[in-house]
Design a protein around this ligand. Structure first.
Ligand SMILES: [Cu+2]
Length: 219
């Protein structure tokens, strides 16, 4: 945990800690008050129940403070969501098809692979769908997840910070081999990516045109 990447990881982690922090404070406050009342108003100490009629400042406080806290959580969640749906212009479009129990990635020229190769630091836009049941594409290191649903296209985007590989998992129970529905995302240097893309396209007899503008100088 907290070694995430992609443009969202730090923001998601901060939001997560913020919510867990507030929840912890609320838990401690509630439990503390409960235990205090159990002793303070036990039968021994308070044999005759007192009837308490309203307390305006207290009622305003317990309405307004949680309202501010919860609106704060909502705001942070909304801000994060906006970053995730705001796909940068020029992102490399890749189609993702899920099925029981594997993933296929299709590049703009029709080249298909079962491992997702991308150039490092370039924004990538995934369009997800499914051939059978509901799946969900989850890249834990990037803190992003999106459902892949039959007859529907969902969008997500990311960019990778470094040259390395990352896990991709299915996060929606989709049958017997759901737990094995893993693949990898491999981030390559832009020239290495273009070489990979050119060679794989040639193998699959697909037309090749560079995906990253300005990276045509590789040998
Ligand atoms: Cu699945």
């Amino acid at each position: 945990m907290f070694t995430g990447s992609s443009p969202f990881a730090d923001y998601v982690d901060t939001t997560f800690l913020f919510i867990v922090g507030i929840s912890t404070l609320v838990l401690i406050g509630l439990m503390g008050a409960m235990v205090y009342f159990v002793f303070r108003y036990s039968r021994k100490k308070n044999p005759h129940p007192t009837n308490i009629e309203g307390n305006l400042p207290l009622e305003v406080a317990w309405t307004v403070i949680p309202l501010i806290l919860f609106m704060g959580m909502f705001y942070m969640g909304w801000e994060g969501y906006k970053q995730m749906i705001d796909v940068p212009k020029g992102a490399i479009p890749i189609k993702v098809t899920a099925r029981m129990w594997s993933w296929t990635f299709e590049y703009p020229n029709g080249l298909q692979t079962d491992t997702l190769y991308v150039p490092v630091k370039e924004p990538v836009k995934l369009t997800l769908t499914s051939q059978d049941v509901n799946h969900s594409m989850y890249i834990p290191a990037f803190r992003i997840k999106k459902d892949a649903i039959p007859n529907r296209e969902n969008i997500m985007w990311f960019s990778t910070p470094e040259v390395r590989s990352y896990d991709i998992a299915c996060a929606e129970y989709c049958g017997l081999r759901h737990a094995y529905m893993y693949t990898k995302l491999v981030a390559l240097d832009p020239p290495a990516f273009e070489i990979w893309y050119r060679d794989k396209s040639a193998e699959a007899s697909k037309p090749y045109a560079p995906l990253i503008p300005g990276v045509s100088e590789f040998k």
